[in-house]
Design a protein around this ligand. Structure first.
Ligand code: HSE
Length: 316
């Protein structure tokens, strides 16, 4: 294979109560990457489309470039040459795991291009390296679900222990992205380092309840558990109309609503597609009443993760 194009899905990290430990993938949006084998060793970002020139083109500063490079070093294939074209198909700084999707698409694509020397799960640390560059922390709650698909729990970071959780077949996600930007580094910086015992107990109850609710499945339990008493109260100040948008989602039948990743996107879960559509319209309307335009995405939980869109043998 000489050329491959891969799509990797956007993700909702944290999922209310699970800061840095929960995340799930959605069908859209997502990022696309095309890798073309080159006789000249090294990884080159030859083009990035859809970022308005804002992302670094140097391989060592680009999330996909870093992920591919660290993978090649790990498998001792620094002799490999590859040209990279990245198509950003989701907003930057949106809380949808944009940097993660690029890193995952990159590392998945290079592994396929080389005939899959590593199983998919082993690609995770290289995608996390991309996150370290983009956000200042190698958190896995975007890269793991983008890479593995489904709803993922990061049980532990050291050692890395990732568990995929079954979710109800008819669980739908609404994401509304207001046209404002929040930088993940900033959104992490404002968090408090200490948490009270009282809030820890509440949060642990919700973490356990959400997993039990998803696996049973029990929509009432899912709904009661989609509560974040630690991160949301701090970060919601970065999102204008947060309370109104959340209330609009809940009043229109959402099981729960919170910040997607580090924001400013907000997500809601619903038990059917129609409710998820209504919820999206109501959330957008709530943003609009403060003159904030937005995009809405409705999707099931994406269980597939990255997918190969095209591959080609070039006849030399
Ligand atoms: N868990 C990370 C955070 C996700 O909330 O900072 C960033 O998308």
């Amino acid at each position: 294979m000489d050329s491959i194009t891969v799509f990797a899905p956007a993700t909702v990290a944290n999922v209310a109560c699970g800061f840095d430990i929960f995340g799930f993938a959605v069908d859209n949006p997502g990022d696309q990457i095309t890798l073309t084998a080159s006789p000249e060793p090294g990884v080159r970002i030859t083009d990035i489309i859809g970022d308005e020139g804002r992302l670094p083109r140097e391989t060592g500063r680009n999330t996909a470039g870093i992920a591919i490079q660290s993978y090649l070093q790990h498998i001792n294939r620094t002799d490999v040459g590859v040209d990279v074209v990245l198509r950003k198909q989701m907003p930057l700084g949106s809380g949808l795991g944009s940097s993660a999707a690029s890193a995952v698409a990159g590392v998945y694509a290079i592994n396929e291009l080389l005939g899959r020397p590593l199983p998919t799960i082993k690609l995770l640390p290289f995608a996390m390296e991309g996150e370290r560059i983009a956000c200042g922390s190698a958190h896995a709650d975007n890269v793991a679900p983008s890479l593995l698909g489904g709803f993922v729990v990061i049980r532990s970071y050291q050692p890395l222990d990732v568990v995929r959780i079954e979710t109800p077949a008819t669980l739908f996600c609404t994401i509304v992205h207001p046209d404002i930007e929040v930088n993940t580094k900033d959104a992490r910086f404002i968090l408090k380092n200490e948490v009270s015992l009282k809030n820890t107990i509440i949060q642990m109850g919700n973490v356990a309840g959400l997993i039990a609710g998803l696996m049973t499945p029990d929509y009432g339990l899912i709904s009661r558990s989609l509560v974040d008493v630690i991160i949301e109260p701090v970060r919601s100040i970065l999102i204008p109309e947060f309370n109104e948008v959340k209330q609009a989602a809940l009043e229109n039948g959402a099981l729960g609503c919170s910040i997607s990743g580090s924001g400013p996107s907000m997500f809601a879960l619903s038990r059917d597609a129609l409710t998820a559509e209504h919820v999206g319209a109501a959330m957008q309307q709530a943003f609009l009443s403060a003159s904030i335009t937005s995009e809405a995405y409705v999707s099931e939980i994406n269980r597939q993760g990255p997918k190969v869109l095209a591959s080609q043998e070039v006849v030399h």
